[in-house]
Ligand binder design. Structure first.
Ligand code: URA
Length: 237
């Protein structure tokens, strides 16, 4: 049994707050009866319509995939490239939570829970994402400080970031570093380092909130553990 507004939100139809508005406005029917009471409990057997449209009430599933390089993180690709969906076997219609670039590897969550996806990808919720990067050139302390304070990219200023575990290869003139950000704008990590003149040669997301790649091999996926799911939900409360 779940609250009606939660079921509508997790179908991806709209946010929980909008779902509440739709319920009180008399736009929601359960088994063909208008329901205006918030918090009405429903089960997966109930037929729910919102503004005449049927809401799908599938059991929710949550996976983490160790995305390899060479896969797009969409459900289909107009250029016929491999997609992460080729790597995930699920009887449910899951899709990626946010995106990793074609040439980025690492932690990618997948789910069929629309509300969870919205919460995890909302810029209002500061879920930490940790990346291991290989950079062209030797990253100087001042450049690192600049990036961590926040820089102006396109038409936004990046939020505070953390950079740690920096090491240099003076032969190949490259830097290895870990960066932690709480946003997820398009090509954000690459753009942040490129701002200081360092091209990103390799990028791997090693952590999303509490979820990491421990004991996983590239291309593998697994269900999120109950405590991981719980912790992620707590992070965005
Ligand atoms: N930042 C990027 O530039 N690319 C990614 O895939 C993820 C974060």
């Amino acid at each position: 049994m779940e609250r009606l507004q939660k079921v509508i939100a997790s179908s991806g139809y709209t946010s929980r707050r909008k779902a509440e508005e739709l319920i009180t406005a008399g736009k929601v029917k359960v088994n063909n009866e208008v329901v205006t009471i918030l918090g009405t409990k429903v089960t997966s057997k109930d037929i729910i319509t919102v503004e005449g449209k049927l809401i799908k009430t599938e059991e929710k599933v949550y996976y983490v995939l160790y995305k390899p390089v060479g896969y797009v993180s969409t459900t289909s690709d107009e250029f016929g490239r491999n997609t992460v969906m080729d790597l995930v076997s699920s009887s449910k219609r899951v899709y990626p939570v946010g995106r990793l670039d074609y040439d980025t590897s690492g932690v990618l969550l997948l789910t069929n829970d629309g509300e969870f996806t919205n919460l995890m990808t909302s810029p209002k919720n500061h879920v930490e994402k940790e990346y291991r990067v290989k950079l062209e050139g030797l990253l100087r302390k001042e450049e690192s400080t600049l990036i961590c304070r926040g820089i102006k990219l396109d038409n936004y200023k990046t939020k505070k970031a953390k950079i740690k575990d920096v090491s240099y290869n003076k032969k190949s003139l490259t830097t290895l570093a870990t960066i932690i950000i709480t946003e997820g704008k398009y090509h954000q990590v690459k753009k942040m380092f490129e701002f200081t003149g360092h091209k990103v040669l390799k990028l791997k997301r090693v952590r999303f909130g509490v979820v990491n790649l421990d004991n996983m091999k590239t291309g593998e996926h697994r269900l999120l553990k109950p405590y991981e799911l719980k912790q992620l939900k707590i992070l965005v409360k």
